[in-house]
Design a protein around this ligand. Sequence first.
Ligand SMILES: NC(=O)c1ccc[n+]([C@@H]2O[C@H](COP(=O)([O-])OP(=O)(O)OC[C@H]3O[C@@H](n4cnc5c(N)ncnc54)[C@H](O)[C@@H]3O)[C@@H](O)[C@H]2O)c1
Length: 362
Amino acid sequence: MKTFSFNLKTTGTVKAALGRNMENVPAQFPELFRSVDKVCLVTGSDAPPSLRARALALFPEGARPHAYFWLPPSEKAKTLEQAGRLCSFLFGEGFSRGSLLIAAGGGAVTDLAGFAASVYMRGIRWVSAPTTFLAQIDAGLGGKTAVNLAGAKNIVGTFHQPALAVCDTAFLDSLPHAELRSGAGELVKYAMIGPGDLFRTVKKNLSKVLAGDRAALTSCVSACAAYKLKLVARDERDERGVREALNFGHTAGHAFEAMSAGRLPHGEAVARGLRFALIASRGAGILSKKDHDAMDALVGALRLKPALVRRDFRHFLSLVSRDKKARGANNRFVLAAGPGRLCPAEDLDAALLKKAFEGALK
Ligand SMILES: NC(=O)c1ccc[n+]([C@@H]2O[C@H](COP(=O)([O-])OP(=O)(O)OC[C@H]3O[C@@H](n4cnc5c(N)ncnc54)[C@H](O)[C@@H]3O)[C@@H](O)[C@H]2O)c1
């Protein structure tokens, strides 16, 4: 088991553990579990039984849950109503400020449970145990929590760091191939935003990841999680521009996801968003053809299926202008001048956006 410890300005120390078939995690972090009065395990209702069994192996005596809460599958979990349901449940079960939530699931579960943990009694501690590839390299780390609103992604949310994030790659053994592909979309993002060694790790492992190779999955989780935690440590609340890199491909990706009405998994929407950002970066004259082609080849390796998104450019424009990262501009995107060289751009013109929109959904 690899452990990480970060000192964050607002939150203090947060910890993470990465490995395979980990057991009795509380024994490694006794200070986190010593004064906990009650524990609630939050999972998705469609998760396989093996997921719950693995989660219970991670948290045996001392941290064994007193209560269990099931959320509806995937994005259906990310609503204010579900957050209210979870808070009411905790209150009914007598959970106090000294209680702990353990969120074991994909990014939808960690986003919703983290959000509920941040508002219940003005904030209780939570442990993030991401169980999809996408959540282990991204969603389950970093303390951004959110629910969707009126068909737009992550509009209501908080920053609330998990006291501990536990990425156990044994969870990935039961993951359907479609979810691995989705996670690979975020993996490709890391290659585009990170340093050269991360680009090389992703490039080397991408096809093996898509084939479910355990060693490749573990090495990508380890490299990406460590990189994300490093960015988070430098910019805990996304105020200094450091974390903005993690949004590469996401403004368009979130719009595609919303426009697909649930048919496009998050990571695949992000992969299309990456393609959008690369075409827009070419169009804005900041990305060479050579770099564009090298970066786009990674998206090509994902062999995306035709996107189930209505080609409605006006709807797309209205979604990107309402994106919370637009900050009052008509639109705001993270563009790339090359691998690891990103720059935000605002108010891009409609003709350039239309070309990128069409190219991304081809
Ligand atoms: N907070 C952040 O920083 C952040 C970053 C990236 C993405 N996200 C969010 O994450 C969400 C996407 O997360 P996701 O891709 O994990 O999808 P998801 O949470 O929707 O899960 C996908 C499916 O996988 C199933 N599943 C989970 N673990 C499994 C396992 N081990 N074995 C078998 N099935 C399993 C779930 O039950 C679900 O049906 C989106 O809502 C996105 O907005 C958040």
